[in-house]
Design a protein around this ligand. Structure first.
Ligand code: GLU
Length: 415
């Protein structure tokens, strides 16, 4: 695995934005790391009768604005640094979208693709037992992230309810609807990315119909997004999964690809014509949407990226060096902490519904999601203009202002 620089990149960009805001360096010192970080060892009995010890983490970045919030990822490459960076990004996301939360993130080093459902259930329950002191509906509220889904949330909820001895649906979001999940949660991140793209089209006087789009990643976010784009008449000319990419200048048959993929979203291996992810990223298009992992647009390939706009649906897909090159080439990059915030926005709606004991319709969820995505986009866009910075720095500025103000009002920061 390549060295993960997420935390360094988070801290460097944070410093830049704090300096532009003219805040004292103490604001940076406070926000550069999570306020709390827990590392746990989780012994799990495997199907072969042996016990394996899994490493897990939970980072709570800042709880000045409310309880902390953020997903749990199951992935072999999870590191403490990455979890800390992701928690910081969650804080900024919640600030930008004006949610009453700070950020958190969790992770377990594991490869769910090589585990049985029973093993995954035991691991999910084991994680909750290990972090149960630190989490809760008014403390820290987990959700799905990479390679975790509503079933895993259901097991985690059940374990938490057993420990606490009462029903607490607001402990976790992204649950199945039958257990208090929200309508529209599963599709929320993709819908949010779509609304972001629609804003870009409006501002740049472009028609979404016939716009040529490449979506890198065909998991939860990428696959729903590709389908929405296809249905709206955009030309999805490229998609990819972990094994490779598919490209067709005339547009891909997305409904057929959705039908053919396996449960991990893999479809490219069924086609002889598949190309590598790297090749796909460099193909000419109007909009490139990286929706998979971090660091895919980097200083090696940034000068060959061949699009007008990049919309970051994954967390951290463009490195800092790459962003500089894209800025110089006048390719507009809509940052992850804005573009992919639809997931946490609808998680917030789910939590509100759980607290109210009243379920919203899918129309209401989507309408409010669109409202929040649109207003957050315009705030960041205008902040970028006001400060003469790119949208990534502008998004940090928006997020930091909320975090710093809440921390200052609590008396944690003096400025
Ligand atoms: N894991 C998602 C994210 O990175 C969702 C977090 C949430 O819903 O709390 O934004």
């Amino acid at each position: 695995m390549e060295q993960d620089n997420s935390l360094i990149e988070f801290q460097e960009t944070l410093k830049e934005a704090v300096t532009i805001l003219n805040y004292p360096v103490q604001v940076y010192e406070f926000l550069k790391k999570p306020m709390r970080f827990l590392e746990v060892s989780i012994p799990i009995r495997m199907d072969n009768g042996k016990t394996e010890i899994f490493q897990g983490y939970r980072a709570q970045h800042n709880d000045a604005s409310g309880p902390t919030k953020g997903g749990i990822r199951f992935h072999p490459d999870v590191t403490p640094e990455e979890v800390k960076a992701l928690a910081g990004w969650m804080s900024l996301k919640c600030g930008i979208t004006d949610l009453p939360y700070g950020g958190a993130k969790g992770g377990i080093v594991c490869d769910p693709r090589n585990m049985s459902l029973d093993e995954l259930e035991r691991l999910s329950r084991g994680y909750v037992r290990a972090v149960s002191q630190l989490v809760g509906p008014t403390k820290d509220i987990p959700a799905p992230d990479m390679y975790t889904n509503s079933q895993i949330m259901a097991w985690m909820l059940d374990e938490y309810d057993h420990i606490r001895e009462f029903d607490s649906p607001g402990f976790i979001t992204g649950k199945p609807i039958a257990l208090g999940g929200s309508k529209g949660r599963e599709t929320a991140t993709s819908k949010g990315v779509l609304y972001t793209l629609q804003m870009v089209c409006e501002l740049k006087k472009m028609q979404l119909k016939n716009t040529r789009i490449i979506v890198q990643g065909f998991g939860n976010v990428g696959s729903y997004l590709a389908k929405y784009l296809y249905d709206l008449g955009a030309k999805v000319i490229g998609i990819s999964d972990v094994l490779g990419g598919l490209y067709n200048e005339g547009g891909l048959d997305i409904p057929n690809l959705l039908e053919s993929r396996d449960s991990f979203g893999i479809v490219s291996n069924r086609f002889k014509s598949s190309i590598s992810n790297q090749e796909l990223l460099e193909k000419e298009c109007d909009v490139l949407i990286p929706a998979a992992i971090s660091g895919v647009i980097n200083k090696q390939n940034a000068s060959r990226i061949n699009c007008k706009f990049v919309i970051e649906a994954a967390n951290g897909p463009t490195t800092k060096d790459a962003l500089k090159i894209l800025d110089e080439r006048e390719i507009l990059v809509v940052p992850d902490i804005l573009a992919n915030s639809g997931g946490v926005i609808v998680s917030y709606f789910e939590w509100c519904q759980n607290n109210q004991g009243y379920n919203w319709t899918e129309e209401l969820v989507n309408e409010r999601l669109k409202e929040k995505m649109t207003s957050s986009f315009l705030n960041v866009y205008n902040t970028a203009k006001r400060y003469g910075v790119n949208m990534k720095i502008a998004a940090y500025i928006e997020g930091i202002q909320k975090l710093a103000e809440a921390s200052r009002l609590r008396g944690w920061l003096k400025y």
